[in-house]
Design a protein around this ligand. Structure first.
Ligand SMILES: Nc1nc2c(c(=O)[nH]1)N[C@H]1C(S)=C(S)[C@@H](COP(=O)(O)O)O[C@H]1N2
Ligand SMILES: [Mo]
Length: 183
């Protein structure tokens, strides 16, 4: 009897301790958009071979292009700069975009979302890149004309879109290139 009552008090005590003390779930609040330098990016989405790219991966890529672009920057006015990079279409071809062969021209439904560390995002459609459509020479640049890495503000990799008049799609600090499809 006595053992039972001590046990009961223990249960009651335990009940109060567990219910009255708020359990603080300390969650590390990681900023999803910290901005700053990107030292790698992922290529993923609707592709057969998703992968990561570091500076060395881009430097060792079999195809490199040199490209001089002039774009209008809100903060700097007209900027003219020469970049070395890997054509975006080559990265996508090697990743192998998954298409539905039962749908006419399914590749024309595809687009890539290019995201930066600051969550800045732009879209490029596959049709802009394909040689039988827009044939734009879009690059994932990793060096300037002298072979030096990009500026700290541009990150390891920057998207270069020579056909555009404004620099809005020249995404600095690329962290992800994701292939998606219109439904
Ligand atoms: N990650 C990231 N890239 C970005 C932007 C941005 O806000 N974040 N701004 C874009 C815009 S609107 C322009 S005009 C150019 C500016 O390029 P600049 O830094 O060479 O002037 O970068 C583009 N790339
Ligand atoms: Mo801009």
């Amino acid at each position: 009897m006595r053992i039972f009552s001590i046990f009961s008090w223990l249960i009651i005590g335990l009940f109060f301790v567990t219910t009255s003390v708020p359990v603080e779930v300390v969650q590390a609040q990681t900023d999803p958009c910290p901005g700053g330098y990107s030292n790698q990016f992922r290529l993923n989405g609707k592709v057969e071979n998703p992968r990561r790219f570091s500076l060395t991966d881009l430097q060792q890529y079999p195809t490199h292009s040199h490209l001089t672009i002039s774009y209008y920057s809100g903060s700097q006015g007209l900027v003219t700069k020469t970049y070395i990079g890997v054509p975006l279409i080559d990265l996508l071809n090697d990743a192998v975009i998954i298409t539905d062969s039962t749908r006419k021209n399914d590749i024309l439904r595809k687009y890539v979302v290019v995201r930066a560390t600051d969550c800045y995002e732009v879209v490029i459609s596959l049709a802009e890149l394909l040689s039988n459509f827009g044939h734009q020479q879009v690059l994932v640049a990793f060096a300037t004309s002298d072979g030096q890495p990009l500026d700290d503000t541009e990150g390891m990799a920057r998207l270069i879109v020579p056909g555009d008049k404004s620099g809005g799609r020249c995404v600095s600090n690329i962290t992800m290139i994701q292939v998606r499809s219109a439904p």
